[in-house]
Design a protein. Structure first.
Length: 214
């Protein structure tokens, strides 16, 4: 079972919502948990957790990976997210059960490879999530989405137009694919941003979560 750093609700009470961060290739749960600290005052009844991916990273021995990813290849990514999905689903099931929450109280926030995981796992959960935030991500296997989606949570996509790792065309490909599959997708492109999350992206993510976590 995977695990990682957690932040309890800022109000000191029981969690009414859960935000799960899924980190990028070669990082670990500590990479994104600081976003939870930034958002916690804005979402005071929300618990945050950022699990470490299950495998040591092929390219960064100190980091972790959800699946091997040496090149951006759509077929390999589609297979990778599919193989890694059961580990994420089991973690989500355990976290929700421990907090007495349901998928309706859950939001996934992913960066890069973690965003690929969020965009795959989220729609295929047995019940609709509250929402999905994808930073610098990619929608794997878009041709299967409409058929396999069990729920259609709202989605926010944020990407830098100078991203050399996952080009911004990944966002521009995901937007129509999500719409065609019946998802309500919002998106933002940050000018000059490379492979990362900027202040505008953080603000948009917080506003989106405040709206969907009701």
């Amino acid at each position: 079972m995977i695990d990682g750093p957690r932040i309890p609700p800022a109000n000191g009470g029981p969690a009414r919502h859960l935000v799960v961060f899924l980190h990028g290739y070669g990082a670990d749960g500590n990479d994104l948990i600081d976003i939870g600290r930034h958002w916690s005052p804005l979402l005071p009844d929300t618990a945050f957790v950022s699990p470490n991916a299950p495998e040591p990273c092929d390219q960064a021995p100190m980091g972790r990976q959800w699946f091997p990813l040496s090149v951006i290849d759509m077929d390999l990514i589609a297979e990778g997210v599919r193989q890694a999905a059961p580990v994420v689903d089991a973690f989500l099931d355990a976290e929700l059960a421990s907090l007495g929450l349901t998928d309706a109280n859950l939001a996934l926030v992913g960066f890069s490879q973690g965003a690929m995981m969020a965009l795959h796992v989220g729609p295929r959960r047995p019940a609709p999530l509250a929402g999905i935030v994808s930073y610098s991500g990619m929608l794997a296997g878009p041709e299967r989405l409409a058929e396999e989606a069990a729920g259609k949570p709202p989605v926010l996509l944020v990407h830098g137009d100078a991203d050399p790792i996952v080009p911004v065309m990944a966002l521009h490909g995901a937007v129509p694919a999500l719409a065609e599959a019946g998802f309500a997708a919002e998106w933002h492109v940050s000018p000059g941003l490379e492979h990362g999350i900027d202040g505008a992206g953080l603000q948009l993510g917080a506003a989106f979560l405040r709206r969907v976590l009701v």
